[in-house]
Write a protein that binds this ligand. Sequence first.
Ligand code: ADP
Ligand code: MG
Length: 618
Amino acid sequence: MAKIGINIATGSIQKEDAIVGIDLGTTNSLVAIVREDSRQAIALKEIDGMSLVPSVVFFDEQNQAQVGTAALEKLLSHPERTIYSAKRLMGKSYKDLSQDSHFFAYKIHDDATDALVKVQIDDQFYSPIELSSLILKELKSRAEHVLKMPVNRAVITVPAYFNDTQRQATRDAGKLAGLDVLRIVNEPTAASLAYGIGLDPNEEKTVAVYDLGGGTFDVSILKINQGIFEVLATNGDTYLGGDDLDRALVVYWKEQLEKAGIACDHSSILQQLRLSAEQAKKELSSASTASTIIAGQTLNIDIETFEGLIQPLINRTLQSCQQALQDAQLRIDQIDSVIMVGGSTRVPAVKNSVRDFFKNEVNDSLNPDEVVALGAAIQADILAGNNTDMLLLDITPLSLGIETLGGLMDVLIPRNAKIPNKAGRQYTTSQDGQSNLLINVYQGERDQVAHNRKLASFSLRNIPAMPAGLPKIDIQFLLDADGILKVSATELRSGLAQEISIKAQYGLDDSMVEQMLLDSLTHAKDDMQMRALIEASTEAEQMISTTEKFLSKYAEAINKEELEQTNIQIEQLKNRIALKDKDGIQKNTELLNEITRPFAERVMDIALKDAMSGKKIL
Ligand code: ADP
Ligand code: MG
């Protein structure tokens, strides 16, 4: 199967490109690749030697975004325009966050009509997906700069506890950044891969991944068997991380300053304290003392005192580890390896405490703030087919589906699905007594089949006469290991069946696939609106036709007033359809539905009820 890439920035299509691994972190993000020559995973560094990009976005007065270190610097001067921790907002509704809103210095929009949160700056609203996509875009362009080649495909990591909505949001952010997200991988899985755990298909292992980042703590217990990673348990604290270690030192130094008669309520002093504390904390990871000067006062800290300050925080992480083990129903001695992840595991007291807790050596030879990205790069390399020792499943380059009423594409096997694959769905007819059903099979990403590529069409003939909506037509797609698609249609009530084989790739070269993908990206928004309108109109037209049929057939079942009301609603709905007013169509369809529901109940006409539901083919 073809694997292709599009450079969204230039609109050009690229054959040769790199597949990268991305750790999209709460505090810091970074990109890694597997080097072609040495086959080693490395984090990409800009000339400044930095691999980490702070996950911060700043918007200036013109709504121009800055990302990374430049944005981080704005946190002090423009807190209301500087977004940090966007990852905490991914896939969240305002309700989900109501407990945490004090954490954010920027404005989280509370919109009762919109389920997912947005961040407000001036009169602009930004979704967490957009914010994350800006970070991903920055990472993509950095990687392109360092590698001097286009970067279009990526593996992105997420916490093991992320739900489907959060994972989908991460995928969407990637797509918005012009990245083809080949896979979303759990952070602890990536960390294990970086240490080579899980690469040997014959290996069976249970590992604990301890991840203490900037603002969050996660522990995951994974079981690895034949290259499959199973998450047995996760635990942690979404508000416990390196920032809290800094805060412990800030409190300690603040007392000293106040004892010396220096007032600390000024925000610039507090800010200096915070930055110096983080600096000192980092120094203490490799030295026994650290100091700073604030407001002319020298402040000291030695390692023993610091460890005393932070031990209660470390103990909280160990309690989470205890809980995770309990949930996984494992004893400490059943954990084969412990992996250290996150910048804060550089703190020696953290390392020692974890070692003592698990009564085991810990894996800490790799850079703990790069290890997740390194693992993502290894996964990307496997998907690219470079690592031939690993089993690689092929994927479909374009979605496969059939045409439904209104000329819409109904996808059965989505793009990037594994090959071989199987999918099925039930459909019905749109006309009374319809005896032939035309099944049009398409390939492509657009919502309207007219923009996609027709692969084949065949008819299911001699369907016994039934009212519209009554036949149950089961369509099955079977994509075999060679990329051959078999489509079968069976009318379940009569058992009538028909089948066709299609070579899905036939006649479609890489550049055509690329062009189709590019189109789907550029038209994504229009397509979505168009699909919503077509769906609403189709449903409304069905509703009108069913109602009209009903009125003529069961005139005696309804009174004059009801008839008048119904006709008015039908007229209004027709107007809305003519105006292409999607919201109006939906509202009036609902109204018509409400008015006519009692009639249907009165007559108990099964055909009518059935006709009102179910997707219809031509
Ligand atoms: P996240 O996964 O949340 O994006 P990271 O893994 O990048 O975060 O960790 C960031 C945290 O690591 C920060 O709190 C930072 O202060 C801390 N950190 C980085 N280097 C060191 C060090 N040498 N010693 C102690 N803490 C460190
Ligand atoms: Mg992290």
